[in-house]
Design a binder for this molecule. Structure first.
Ligand code: ATP
Ligand code: MG
Length: 573
C-alpha cells in the first residue's frame, strides 16, 4: 500500500474525548473515528488489524472442529420470549418495532437464534457433535460506553456455540475450545492468562475468561503465586477461615457514644480497636429491595457473589438516602441488631466474637456484639472480595492481584437453552434428549484495543507482528531523488512479491514526520532509504519494539527480513 493514497489521517494532538491509551492511539493513528457514542468506523489500518485478528480466530476455530456460519443481526422478540430473556436481559438489549408493529431486537448474543437453527435441522445423535461460530457485529446498549473499542455499543465479536449429545462430550468440546483460545491469543502475540470466571445463575465451575494482562484492565485477577489457581475477582475465593481453637467468652452487650464517627477508620481509632474487630453493615438494592450485608471492617462486598446468593438480576449499592429510607438510620451508624430488612453475612463474620457494630442510632455504636445471641442473619456465605492478605483456596500459598482485560469467555451452558427452546434430538437408544451446549466468545475489536493497552510507548503503538496492519514500512526519505526512490520502490515491490504486508511512505513530507508517523502506527519493522543509501548503498532496519537498528545492502534486505518475519510468526505458534 502507498501512504500517499491511503486514508490514514494521523493526529498530532490527543483528542480530549479519549481517556485510555488504546482509545487515544487508535484515534491519533487514524485507525478509527467515532460516529456516535460507542459506535465507530474502522479506517483502512483499523480494519487491517481487525482482519488479522479475525484470520487467526478463524484458523484456530476451524482447527478446533468448528464451522463458520453467519447469523442475522435482527432477531424477533418471540425467540427471546421463548427463552425467557426478553424480560430478563434489561436495557442493554436494543428493542424496536418494524412497520408491522412486530417487536425485534439487535443481537447482543445469539443463543436463541443458533438453538432455533439447530433444533430445526438436527434431530439425531448422528448430527452431533456440532460446533458453529460466526464473526459478526454485535449491539449492546451499554450504560457507559467508553474507552473506544474496549467497551463499544456496536462491536465485533466471534461467538461460537457447541451442541453435544452428552455431558462428557460437551466437556471434551469445552477443553478443545479452551486450547483453541490459548492458541488464538498466543498467536496474536499477547501476554494473557485464562482465569476461572463467574457462571452467574447457571452455576458450575465451567467458565473461563481469557484476560490480556494490562495495568489499565477493568478486571482484577487473583493469581496464586505457587499453584495454577487463577480466577476473576468476581469469582475468586480465599482459603476458608478457621474458627479459633480456644472458646472465647461472650461479653455483655454494651452501647457507646461515638460522636460523629461514621467511617470504619474513625470508629476504630476512637475505640482503640482494629478493623478486624468491627463488622460493617452495607446496604445493597437487590432487584430494588434493600438487603444488609455484614462484613469485617477491612473487607469489601463482591456484588456478583451477593447477586448469585440471592438469585438476583441487578445488585447496586444503596446511597445515603436509600439507606435512610429503608432503615431510618443515618449512614455510619447502621447495625444488624433489630434491623427490619433482610440481613446476610460474609462467612468471616460468622466466626467473629464480641465485635463492634453501629447501634442504629446517630452517634452510637454497640460493643461486644455476637451473631446468634444478639441478632440472626438469613444466610452466611462468601460475599467478599479477596485481598492480597488472603491465601490461595487450593494450596494456601500467597496470592497476587493483577489487572486484565477480558478478551474471551468460554462457558459450559449445559441444557439451559436447549430446555428453554426445546432443542431435542433422538439418542442412539431412540430416546429424546436435550442438547448439551457450550458458548464461546471473543471480543475481536476489544482484542485490538487490548493489544495496544499492553503494547505501546510514548511514541505510539507497538503492534505484535502477527496483528500489525503492516509488517514492514519502507520510508522513502527523498521522493524527489531518483536513486533513492528507485531503491525504495524496488524494496516495496519485492516485499509484495514475497507476500509481506508492506507500506511505502512515498509522501512528499519531511523525514521527521515520516519517522513520527511510522512510530505512531506501530509497524514492527521500519526501513529507511535515505542519505546512507545514497552514500554507502545501505538501508537502515529498525525494530519498533526495542529500537534495535541494523543496516544491510539493498539486495540483502528483502531475503533477510522476509526470513526473519517468517521465523517470528512461526515462533509464536
Ligand atoms: P463485560 O463483562 O466486559 O461486559 P461480557 O461478559 O458482557 O463482558 P460476553 O457476553 O462474554 O461479555 O461477550 C464475549 C466477549 O465480547 C467478551 O469477552 C468481550 O471480549 C467482548 N465484549 C463484550 N462486551 C463488549 C463491548 N461492549 N465492547 C467490546 N467488546 C465487548
Ligand atoms: Mg457485558
Amino acid at each position: 500500500m502507498r501512504y500517499s493514497q491511503l486514508l490514514l489521517p494521523t493526529l498530532k494532538e490527543t483528542p480530549a474525548e479519549a481517556e485510555v491509551v488504546s482509545h487515544k492511539l487508535l484515534l491519533r493513528a487514524g485507525f478509527i473515528r467515532k460516529i456516535t457514542s460507542g459506535v465507530y468506523s474502522y479506517l483502512p489500518l483499523g480494519l487491517a488489524t481487525l482482519r488479522k485478528v479475525e484470520k487467526i480466530v478463524r484458523e484456530e476455530m476451524n482447527n478446533g472442529g468448528a464451522q463458520e456460519v453467519l447469523l442475522p443481526m435482527v432477531q424477533p422478540a418471540d425467540l427471546w420470549q421463548e427463552s425467557g430473556r426478553w424480560d430478563k436481559y434489561g436495557p442493554e438489549l436494543l428493542r424496536f418495532k418494524d412497520r408491522h408493529g412486530r417487536e425485534s431486537c439487535l443481537g447482543p448474543t445469539h443463543e436463541e437464534v443458533i438453538t432455533t437453527l439447530v433444533r430445526r435441522e438436527v434431530h439425531s445423535y448422528r448430527g452431533l457433535p456440532l460446533n458453529l461460530y460466526q464473526i459478526q457485529t454485535k449491539f449492546r446498549d451499554e450504560i457507559r460506553p467508553r474507552f473506544g473499542l474496549m467497551r463499544g455499543r456496536e462491536f465485533i465479536m466471534k461467538d461460537g456455540y457447541s451442541f453435544d449429545a452428552t455431558e462428557e462430550d460437551a466437556g471434551k468440546t469445552y477443553e478443545t475450545m479452551h486450547y483453541a483460545y490459548h492458541r488464538v491469543f498466543s498467536r496474536c502475540g499477547l501476554k494473557f492468562r485464562a482465569v476461572e470466571a463467574d457462571t452467574g445463575t447457571i452455576g458450575g465451575n465451567f467458565s473461563h475468561e481469557f484476560m490480556v494482562l494490562a495495568d489499565t484492565g477493568e478486571d482484577t485477577l487473583v493469581i496464586c503465586k505457587k499453584c495454577t489457581y487463577a480466577a476473576n475477582m468476581e469469582k475468586a475465593t480465599a482459603m476458608a477461615p478457621v474458627a479459633p481453637v480456644e472458646e472465647v467468652a461472650l461479653l455483655p452487650l454494651a452501647k457507646k457514644e461515638t460522636p460523629g464517627k461514621r467511617k470504619v477508620g474513625a470508629v476504630t481509632e476512637f475505640l482503640g480497636i482494629t478493623a478486624q474487630e468491627l463488622v460493617k453493615t452495607m446496604v445493597y438494592l437487590v432487584d430494588g429491595q434493600p438487603v444488609a450485608v455484614l462484613l469485617r471492617g477491612d473487607h469489601e462486598v463482591q456484588p456478583v457473589k451477593l447477586k448469585n446468593l440471592l438469585g438476583a438480576v441487578e445488585v447496586e449499592m444503596a446511597d445515603d438516602k436509600q439507606v435512610f429510607d429503608a432503615t431510618g438510620v443515618p449512614t455510619g451508624y447502621l447495625g444488624p441488631i433489630g434491623l427490619k430488612i433482610r440481613v446476610v453475612a460474609d462467612r468471616e463474620v460468622a466466626l467473629m466474637k464480641n465485635f463492634v457494630v453501629g447501634a442504629n442510632e446517630k452517634n452510637f455504636h454497640s460493643l461486644n456484639v455476637n451473631l446468634g445471641r444478639d441478632f440472626e442473619v438469613e444466610d452466611v456465605a462468601d460475599l467478599r472480595m479477596v485481598t492480597e492478605d488472603d491465601r490461595c483456596p487450593v494450596c494456601g500459598a500467597e496470592l497476587n492481584l493483577t489487572r486484565g482485560i477480558e478478551v474471551g469467555h468460554i462457558f459450559k451452558l449445559g441444557k439451559t437453552y436447549s430446555q428453554a427452546l426445546n432443542g431435542v434430538f433422538l439418542d442412539n437408544q431412540g430416546q429424546e434428549q436435550h442438547y448439551v451446549m457450550g458458548c464461546y466468545g471473543i471480543g475481536v475489536s476489544r482484542t485490538v484495543a487490548a493489544s495496544i493497552e499492553q503494547n505501546h510507548d510514548k511514541d505510539g503503538i507497538i503492534f505484535p507482528l502477527p496483528i500489525a496492519p503492516f509488517q514492514v514500512v519502507v520510508l522513502n526519505l527523498s521522493p524527489n531523488d531518483e536513486v533513492i526512490t528507485a531503491a525504495a520502490e524496488k524494496l516495496y515491490l519485492e516485499f509484495k512479491q514475497q507476500g509481506v504486508d508492506v507500506l511505502i511512505d512515498d509522501r512528499d513530507e519531511r523525514p521527521g514526520s515520516k519517522f513520527k508517523d511510522a512510530d505512531l502506527i506501530g509497524i514492527p519493522y521500519r526501513l529507511t532509504v535515505g542519505k546512507s543509501f545514497a552514500k554507502e548503498g545501505v538501508v537502515e532496519i529498525r525494530k519498533r519494539v526495542d529500537g534495535e537498528t541494523s543496516s544491510l545492502p539493498l539486495a540483502e534486505v528483502v531475503p533477510d527480513l522476509t526470513a526473519r518475519i517468517r521465523t517470528e510468526l512461526a515462533a509464536v505458534v
